[in-house]
Design a protein around this ligand. Structure first.
Ligand code: ADP
Length: 267
């Protein structure tokens, strides 16, 4: 085998070099593939609501508008679909800003309990409509080192999912704590849970366990991808634990500021 000769004769360095190049090409191919799939997904996700907007508007113009009840029902659908479309565009813009590193984090030490309380207030109305209880059990005095707006976005996306996927009457609990080098916050729900085989993939853009349920809940399929990016930008990590039928728990770990690792308690 002629091709093998230079490898055997050459230095180990050359061999490693060749292997590394092959590896890089595989990685580039993979990224191209991911990119192609993403563009296809975005096009599909945009097309669906637009098709529906067009269809309902056409039917109204064709005469359905003269029946007041039908008119109202169709306009409501048109309104909801445009809302979803605008959420999708907003999420896409946000994702691309994070991916292009166009965001600068303004990190500070925040009261975890207060931040959670503010976000809980934002979703209180939606939870109430589903007769769900949302409980803030984050201890007083717990500090988290984060960019306030981004942290709120992380918590809001997790809370919105918990509310959307948990059936009426369910319970959502927020807890927090710290270990030697990070502060953690958990959003736990009593929803349907996520089957083990999907757990690794739910942070991918547009990945959904159940497409119909996600659509009905008004989801864009980007919420967790945004969460993951924001957590990564903070140098943190996110974990999910779930038992189908029992609920899900998403835990965000954010590193403490340099030089304070190991300190615990009130600061
Ligand atoms: P979506 O807009 O579809 O909610 P996300 O990126 O926020 O998109 O979530 C991805 C998928 O993960 C959802 O479609 C859903 O299948 C699953 N998921 C997320 N959070 C929960 C949860 N709390 N309980 C059950 N399933 C969840």
């Amino acid at each position: 085998d002629v091709h093998a000769v230079p490898f055997r004769r050459g230095t180990t360095g050359a061999l490693v070099g060749v292997v590394a190049v092959l590896h890089d090409i595989t990685e580039i191919r993979r990224l191209e593939q991911v990119r192609r799939e993403f563009v296809a997904n975005v096009s599909h996700e945009l097309k669906t609501p637009v098709t529906s907007l067009k269809g309902f508007a056409e039917t109204l113009l064709d005469g359905a508008m003269y029946d007041e009840k039908t008119c109202r029902a169709f306009l409501e659908i048109i309104y909801e679909e445009s809302e979803r479309l605008s959420r999708l565009i907003q999420d896409l813009l946000q994702l691309s800003q994070i991916e292009n590193r166009q965001i600068t984090l303004r990190k500070g030490l925040l009261s975890a309990r207060d931040e959670v309380a503010d976000v809980v207030r934002l979703v209180a109305h939606t939870a109430e409509a589903k007769r769900q209880t949302v409980e803030n059990r984050v201890p007083e005095g717990l500090r988290v080192y984060a960019d306030r707006d981004r942290l709120r976005q992380i918590l809001l996306n997790l809370l919105n999912n918990a509310i959307a996927y948990t059936p009426p009457g369910g319970r959502i609990t927020l807890t927090g704590g710290e270990d030697a080098d990070s502060t953690w916050l958990t959003v736990r729900d009593t929803g349907p849970g996520i089957p083990r085989e999907h757990l690794d993939r739910i942070f991918e853009r547009f990945y959904r366990v159940d497409k119909d349920r996600s659509r009905r809940s008004g989801g864009t399929g980007l919420g967790l991808a945004i969460v993951k990016h924001l957590v990564d930008a903070h140098g943190g990590r996110i974990e999910v634990k779930s038992k189908p039928g029992k609920g899900s728990a998403f835990t965000v770990h954010l590193p403490k500021p340099e030089g304070t690792e190991g300190e615990t308690g009130d600061r």
